[in-house]
Design a protein around this ligand. Structure first.
Ligand code: PLP
Length: 381
């Protein structure tokens, strides 16, 4: 009987473990700053900024999940910085989304003196992207679904535009994760993550990674990690690997609940608009092609009211935690415009759907929308 290759889901569950007599159920945690090397110049690892068995186990899991090689970093930002530096070398422009995670725009702007100029475009406007790529040797940076508007960019068409312009395409896959979306299959040279979010999934680590099939790029990223020092902590890598093992289950449940909540909120009288992958008719077909198994844990909605009213709604919840970040087992929400560099409207609330039963979440959100209602104005006496 022909031997079957285990699925990515199975491979990530077994990553880093061995079928050797007496070996442990999970890869050992190795906290160390050096490895014995007997003066060998090319000893494996030698100094712990070069490697740790715990990162390697995590990288094996992430690589299996996405069909590439993974390089883990200290945070999503450290991963994005190494990727921008590696891809930007010798290029004139980094073409980035004008929405999406605002700190990536800040990062690209800070890296301007190192060569490539950031050019911000609407990634749903393919003509604008094509024109931006025509302005000089470029890198195309895509974020889909985007944070916090959950806009879905067409990876296949963007990949074609990037290929005809000779531009490598990098995709921030933080929101959906590789359990739901596989950018490398749409022509991306790299998929970049904040593992802090749904990938690790328990709100207990800050970590990042890049996955690629391009050997030179992978080597370049490892080299940036070693010399730049943005290395993962061994315990963080261990926790992230543990979280990853349940990724498929978590994001399937979160997507189902988020979809139900998005539908419920769309008919709510206090809400002006709801954003979730597939909800916008203009990109619904792209969403079902790119995200066939669900849209992920994140949604956002704009309250028909002021910033103070949105704050009151958030404060009224007893189940959803008023906090930033997303993708954890616990639901969280925040008013995005509280961050100075965010482009979101004043009353936009971003909600990360956790693993609490959807019905309980809907009841809590409804109560909060009711309790956070502004008191009716008294007419002057
Ligand atoms: N990419 C996206 C889409 C994010 O939302 C974030 C953080 O919120 C990052 C990257 C940066 O990741 P980290 O906070 O792990 O540095």
């Amino acid at each position: 009987m022909a031997e079957r290759t285990p699925s990515a889901e199975s491979r990530l569950i077994h990553a880093g473990t061995q079928r050797v007599l007496g070996s442990p159920a999970s890869p050992p945690l190795v906290p160390t700053s050096f490895f014995v090397s007997w003066g060998e110049p090319d000893a494996p690892r030698a100094y712990a900024r070069n490697g740790n068995p715990g990162w390697e186990a995590l990288e094996e899991a992430l690589g299996a999940l996405e069909g590439g090689e993974a390089v883990a970093f200290a945070s999503g930002q450290a991963a994005s910085m190494a990727l921008l530096l590696a891809l930007g070398e010798g290029r004139r422009r980094i073409v980035l989304p004008d929405d999406g995670y605002y700190n990536v725009r800040i990062l690209a702007d800070r890296l301007r003196p190192h060569g490539a100029e950031p050019v911000f475009v609407d990634q749903l406007d393919l003509v604008a992207v094509e024109n931006a790529l025509a302005g000089g040797l470029s890198v195309l940076w895509v974020e889909t679904p985007s944070n916090p508007f959950l806009r879905v960019a067409d990876l296949g068409r963007l990949g074609d535009l990037a290929a005809s312009a000779g531009a490598p395409m990098a995709v921030d896959n933080t929101v959906a994760t590789a359990a739901l979306q596989k950018p490398l299959e749409f022509g991306a040279v790299a998929s970049v993550y904040s593992l802090t979010k749904a990938a690790s999934g328990h709100a207990d680590v800050v970590l990042g990674a890049v996955v690629s099939r391009d050997r030179d790029l992978v080597e370049g990223l490892r080299s940036w990690r070693t010399v730049g020092g943005g290395i993962p902590g061994p315990f963080e890598a261990w926790l992230a690997l543990r979280g990853l093992k349940t990724l498929h289950l978590r994001v399937a449940r979160q997507s189902e609940s988020a979809q139900a909540i998005a539908r419920h909120l769309a008919g709510h009288p206090r809400i002006r608009s709801v954003h979730y992958p597939g909800a916008d008719p203009a990109t619904a077909a792209t969403a079902s092609r790119q995200l066939p198994h669900g849209g992920g844990p994140l949604l956002s909605f704009e309250l028909d009211g002021s910033a103070a009213e949105a704050d009151a709604v958030i404060a009224a919840s007893t189940l959803v935690v008023p906090a930033t970040s997303f993708g954890g087992v616990e639901s969280t929400w925040e008013r995005r415009a509280r961050w100075a560099s965010e482009t979101a409207p004043e009353a936009l609330i971003r909600l990360s759907v956790g693993l609490e039963p959807a019905g309980e979440l809907i009841a809590d959100i409804d109560r909060s929308l009711e309790a956070g209602h502004p008191a009716p104005r008294r007419s002057p006496a």
